[in-house]
Design a protein around this ligand. Structure first.
Ligand SMILES: *[C@@H]1O[C@H](CO)[C@@H](O)[C@H](O)[C@H]1NC(C)=O
Ligand SMILES: *[C@@H]1O[C@H](CO)[C@@H](O)[C@H](O)[C@H]1NC(C)=O
Ligand SMILES: *[C@@H]1O[C@H](CO)[C@@H](O)[C@H](O)[C@H]1NC(C)=O
Ligand SMILES: *[C@@H]1O[C@H](CO)[C@@H](O)[C@H](O)[C@H]1NC(C)=O
Length: 506
């Protein structure tokens, strides 16, 4: 609020000196906030248990960090750090897209592991993100099908340019600016595989995460990035070190930055509707089981097509065939026989998950069920998969081999020990449905993604490009306009071609 007030004052005053003083005040506040946040982030990394979100654990963490560190500095940090007066309450906060950075840290301390990993990978190599890293693929840089790609920018327009000219030296060290001015732009779209609606869903999610920030105290940096909407984002690419935002990454590819997949907006099928509506539908369905999990049939549910990852999926169907605990069936999208609505998986005590072309977005839906997830060893990581725990007191799923050779003994073990199975389901709903997969958590992840990306970005995004004759043209199309674009519009009573072109000079 204070920052916003200062900004307005500075603008209305013609006195340049006074304006500069205000900018300095603003800059000092930005540094202070940044250093506070970076301390917070380092602490997140110290926590081993994803469930340790209580204030008691916070103080333990500080002691751990203190070993071998400058104790004086640690004491300072401790006294500077306010006691968390706020805690995340499911049912009150899970739909809040606009939690502050501090609230995001308190509520979801272990959400950002994939982002920290991606950043650390670059830092270890003394590598930064250059303009060429965010340029969409050039012809000849890949084989096979063209991937759908979106090159995007989040920018506060002229404000940072003004700051830059007022304080060229010191400002270049700051990576954040006022949020409530931030705009989302699409610089370039490459039409390719698969359907572009997935990209539009990601953009809508980002837009929501940005526009939910109600006041200037919350910070989102200027960033430029490219995301690839292909399931297998590195397929056909020649450059093994290609950096992209993707739905998921093979565990052995450290260059990709997992973003929340498009399912966080909506699964592209009317049977599921939007993610938020799906959560509501499941909540309603669960009320039918008056004794909760115990009232559900002691069976494992799965449906899927062999068109993707056929060998793996056939192994599941084979392992489960003829078992009284099995409701596992393949489907064929041509006749749609044996189809099951997504929410109906939740009517079983056990839900099986299989990867698809690469990762499968279905897991986040299964994680909304009060059921025990049975998951084969995964080759891909989506943004929240570091939170999966396969053993110990905080076990939240049951892991089986990729050939499902151990499915039968593991199912028999669970069926013989319902208390243990029930505890795994309860842990799954607590960690995923009620915390790390809430819409609130996802908005926090997006904003942290912008910030973590910016921390290794080595250029300032440009809002204009300059033609040879010196005239300048705005880069990109603002999301508000882009989301309405179509080949032809009928706005004025007759069809008009869309004249907006993404092309920019090389
Ligand atoms: C890191 O990269 C920068 C810029 O390329 C270079 O100037 C610097 O010497 C490098 N540092 C190390 C430790 O390699
Ligand atoms: C800004 O960064 C430069 C180079 O990294 C450094 O030498 C300088 O001290 C920094 N300035 C401030 C005000 O932190
Ligand atoms: C709950 O049970 C009632 C009665 O059997 C049924 O009509 C209704 O469709 C069920 N609701 C859901 C969401 O499954
Ligand atoms: C199934 O996978 C496990 C673990 O990778 C392996 O040890 C086992 O030999 C495999 N079984 C068959 C029948 O391939």
């Amino acid at each position: 609020m204070a920052a916003q007030g200062a900004f307005a004052l500075g603008k209305s005053s013609p006195d340049l000196f006074r304006r500069r003083v205000l900018w300095i005040a603003l800059a000092v506040m930005a540094v202070f906030t940044l250093s506070y946040l970076s301390h917070q982030r380092h602490e997140d990394l110290q926590t081993a248990n994803p469930l340790a979100v209580s204030p008691a654990h916070e103080s333990e963490k500080v002691e751990e960090v203190g070993e071998g560190e400058d104790m004086e500095q640690m004491e300072q940090l401790e006294t500077m750090e306010p006691e968390p007066t706020w805690t995340f309450v499911t049912g009150r906060d899970d739909m809040n897209y606009g939690l502050t950075d501090e609230q995001c840290d308190i509520a979801f301390p272990l959400l950002y592991q994939e982002l920290d990993r991606a950043r650390d990978h670059l830092v270890e190599l003394n590598r930064t993100i250059k303009e060429r890293d965010v340029h969409v693929d050039r012809k000849g840089s890949y084989d096979g099908r063209t991937h759908g790609e979106f090159q995007c920018m989040i920018h506060d327009g002229e404000v940072s340019q003004l700051l830059l000219s007022a304080f060229p030296f010191s400002y270049s060290n700051f990576t954040t600016t006022l949020t409530d001015l931030q705009q989302l732009y699409v610089i370039k779209e490459v039409h390719g595989e698969p359907d572009r609606s997935r990209g539009l869903a990601a953009l809508a999610n980002m837009y929501r995460a940005i526009s939910s920030m109600g006041d200037a105290r919350r910070l989102i940096p200027n960033v430029e990035f490219t995301f690839d909407i292909e399931d297998i984002a590195m397929e056909g690419e020649h450059n093994k070190e290609r950096i992209r935002w993707t739905w998921a990454r093979p565990k052995e590819n450290p260059w990709l930055w997992p973003m929340p997949d498009f399912d966080g907006w909506s699964y592209p099928d009317d049977g599921v509707a939007s993610y938020v509506q799906f959560r509501e539908d499941v909540a309603e369905l669960e009320t039918n089981f008056t004794r909760g999990w115990y009232d559900k049939p002691q069976q494992l549910s799965w449906r899927g097509s062999f068109a993707q990852n056929g060998d793996l999926r056939r192994a599941l169907v084979k392992a489960a065939s003829g078992k009284s605990w099995s409701d596992v069936k393949p489907i064929d999208w041509h006749d749609r026989k044996d189809l099951m609505n997504m929410q109906d998986f939740c009517k079983f005590q056990y839900v099986a998950h299989t990867e698809g072309n690469s990762w499968s977005g279905r897991l986040r839906y299964l994680h909304i069920c009060d059921s025990v997830p049975i998951i084969h060893k995964l080759n891909y990581n989506a943004h929240y998969y570091p939170l999966l725990i396969a053993s110990g007191p905080n076990q939240n799923y049951v892991e089986v081999n990729r050939n499902f050779s151990d499915l039968v003994p593991k199912m028999e073990e669970l069926l013989a020990d319902p208390e243990r199975a029930r505890a795994i389901a309860a842990e799954s709903t607590r960690v995923f449905r009620d915390r790390y997969l809430t819409p609130a958590a996802e908005a926090c992840y997006w904003r942290r993604m912008f910030r973590t990306w910016r921390s290794v970005m080595d250029f300032e995004p440009k809002t204009y490009y300059i033609h040879k004759d010196g005239t300048r043209k705005r880069r990109g199309v603002s999301w508000e306009r882009f989301s309405f674009r179509q080949e032809k519009s009928f706005e004025h009573g007759f069809f008009v071609e869309d004249k907006i072109k993404d092309e920019e000079p090389e």
